[in-house]
Design a protein around this ligand. Structure first.
Ligand SMILES: NC(=O)C1=CN([C@@H]2O[C@H](COP(=O)(O)OP(=O)(O)OC[C@H]3O[C@@H](n4cnc5c(N)ncnc54)[C@H](OP(=O)(O)O)[C@@H]3O)[C@@H](O)[C@H]2O)[C@@H](O)CC1
Ligand SMILES: Nc1ncnc2c1ncn2[C@@H]1O[C@H](COP(=O)(O)OP(=O)(O)O)[C@@H](O)[C@H]1O
Ligand SMILES: [K+]
Length: 495
């Protein structure tokens, strides 16, 4: 089994670089390895003899560009190099490797983008510190407008390495080669879309160093949670596989709970019960077979049902209604200390009332699954949570504040744990943006927690399996399909 993928922020990567230097690899050697990796990557795109334009910036990202230009020229490419800024202003390792470049150094204003078979973007990497303007902005604008293939060095210039946001303008790369580890911007939107396909080059910085300097942020791949995924043993009986309870909305709003319940059953929860308001029992009963049904009249009803200790995981929120009663049901659930997934109306009912949830979830495994709208409503009086540009940071702060694992949905779903770990999911498909898709997701997560997965692993596994199911189905996906695709995904995972 491979180890989970470590993602390093620019600050962590800088520390890892320094640590690698301290362990005996000179900085200039790291840069030479990086530049050679860029050249190798370019060689996969353009055959020898082709024309390559390297656009170098004033920092060390530009240094990687100088190395790549030198290596590619030695390999028989027609290489030209344009620099943003003055050659004699180059510093550090960049200044050293620039001396090896025997060709001309053109001004970036004179770069002949249209003549290039490939443009290598080495303008800015992890050191970007402000929005692009002036000559830098103009260069990126021309690069994008050239229609030529672009290979970005480390990250597309103009993208913020930590947040994935565009700082004024950014290079739209077809391919990005980064070093040692991916950075958040390669997974977070919109940076992911600007990066094109991504290659990670090993420049000799070992996993121990990456793990010591980073180690808190991961790509959400199965390596992160597969060891915790339950497989029923020979002698397992259904009660050992947990019992999930899903609270349903009123008579005209019962579908969401059924979607969540079906997902919990498919992911392996031994039993699943829908708790239905009395007036909705008829309609719900007509639609359920393997899933059980119990009458549940508001918070008191929920309190009574939870006297059964076997009900060990609970979904509250989908179609439950935005009102004080929903908040009261959350309070009952928190008090009962069961594994809990809160979504949709259970979150929106706390609009502007997040302070009621301060530290509320510290005592039992809890996952909150807001999309941006729900997140912004919940924390609208908490600028410290809403303001960070980084989606990872926003999710982390909400997790620390509430004591719950926070799964902040989107094309780049982020899962953050109060213990500081976070993961970014990237295997989804826009076809998942369909009514009821989120209901299915919370059923999957609760079903996994019913089987005793810890909250962070359950949220990560749920997000990945949900996305994988959606991606396998593709066009025409509706939420009812998702749970039915789960067995195929599980079969492949547990093989
Ligand atoms: N460390 C290592 O060992 C290794 C590092 N490696 C490589 O180094 C890269 C990081 O290098 P870096 O830290 O020099 O940052 P980089 O992205 O080149 O930019 C900084 C320069 O840009 C300037 N600048 C910033 N914003 C600007 C703006 N909006 N508009 C205009 N200018 C702006 C800024 O100027 P200043 O802010 O000082 O005015 C400074 O001159 C990393 O991505 C990787 O490719 C690899 O070789 C592996 C080994
Ligand atoms: N463009 C996208 N790419 C990948 N996944 C997406 C995309 N848009 C939405 N999703 C996923 O689809 C689900 C939608 O959930 P949600 O917004 O709660 O829908 P609903 O309220 O209809 O159930 C989330 O898991 C989200 O991450
Ligand atoms: K770049």
């Amino acid at each position: 089994m491979t180890a989970p993928e470590l993602i390093l922020t620019p600050t962590e990567m800088k520390k890892a670089d320094l640590e690698a230097v301290a362990s005996g690899i000179p900085g200039v050697e790291l840069m030479r390895r990086a530049g050679r990796a860029v050249a190798d990557s370019a060689e996969k795109i353009v055959s020898r003899g082709g024309t390559i334009l390297v656009v170098a910036g004033p920092g060390q990202n530009g240094g990687d560009g100088f190395v790549a230009a030198t290596v590619l020229a030695e390999r028989g490419y027609r290489v030209s190099l344009s620099l943003l800024g003055e050659p004699d202003r180059l510093t550090g390792d960049s200044a050293l490797v620039a001396r090896d470049w025997k060709g001309q150094v053109q001004r970036v204003e004179d770069a002949a983008f249209h003549e290039a078979d490939l443009v290598i973007d080495a303008l800015f990497g992890t050191g970007l510190s402000r929005d692009l303007d002036g000559a830098a902005r103009h260069a990126v604008d021309r690069m994008n407008g050239s229609g030529r293939p672009i290979l970005a060095v480390d990250l597309p210039s103009g993208i913020d390495g930590e947040t994935g946001t565009v700082r004024g303008i950014a290079v739209k790369a077809g391919r990005t080669i980064t070093f040692a580890a991916r950075k958040p911007c390669h997974l977070l939107m919109p940076g992911r879309a600007f990066s094109g396909s991504i290659e990670v080059a090993d420049i000799g910085i070992g996993r121990e160093i990456l793990s010591a300097m980073g180690g808190r942020l991961f790509g959400n791949d199965p390596a992160l949670w597969l060891p915790t995924l339950p497989k029923p043993g020979l002698s397992s009986h259904k009660y050992e596989r947990g019992h999930t309870l899903v609270a349903s909305g009123g008579a005209t709003r019962t579908g969401a709970a059924r979607l969540a319940a079906r997902a919990a059953l498919r992911i392996g929860s031994g039993l699943v019960t829908v708790a239905s308001p009395p007036e909705a029992i008829g309609v719900t009963a007509a639609h359920l077979t393997a899933i059980m049904l119990k009458g549940c009249d508001g918070p008191e009803g929920l309190h009574a049902i939870l006297q059964d200790p076997r009900l060990n995981a609970l979904v509250l929120g989908p179609a439950l209604g935005v009102h004080a009663n929903t908040r009261a049901m959350v309070a009952v659930a928190v008090h009962a200390r069961r594994s809990l997934v809160l979504d949709a109306d259970a979150l929106t009912s706390f609009e502007g009332l997040a302070s009621e949830l301060h530290g509320a979830f510290r005592h039992a495994p809890t996952v909150l699954t807001p999309h941006d709208g729900e997140f912004n409503r919940m924390f609208k009086d908490h600028p410290d949570i809403l303001d960070p540009e980084s989606k990872i940071e926003r999710a982390r702060r909400a997790a620390t504040y509430t004591g719950a694992v926070v799964l902040l949905k989107g094309a780049d779903t982020v899962v953050a744990s109060p213990d500081g770990r976070a993961a970014i999911n990237e295997n989804g498909t826009p076809y998942l943006a369909t009514a009821g898709s989120g209901d299915t997701l919370c059923g999957l997560i609760a079903g996994l927690m019913a089987q005793n997965l810890p909250a962070f692993e359950a949220a990560c596994a749920g997000a990945w399996i949900h996305a994988e199911a959606g991606a396998r189905f593709g066009p025409g996906l509706i939420s009812e399909d998702l749970a039915e695709l789960v067995p195929g995904v599980l079969r492949d995972l547990l093989r």
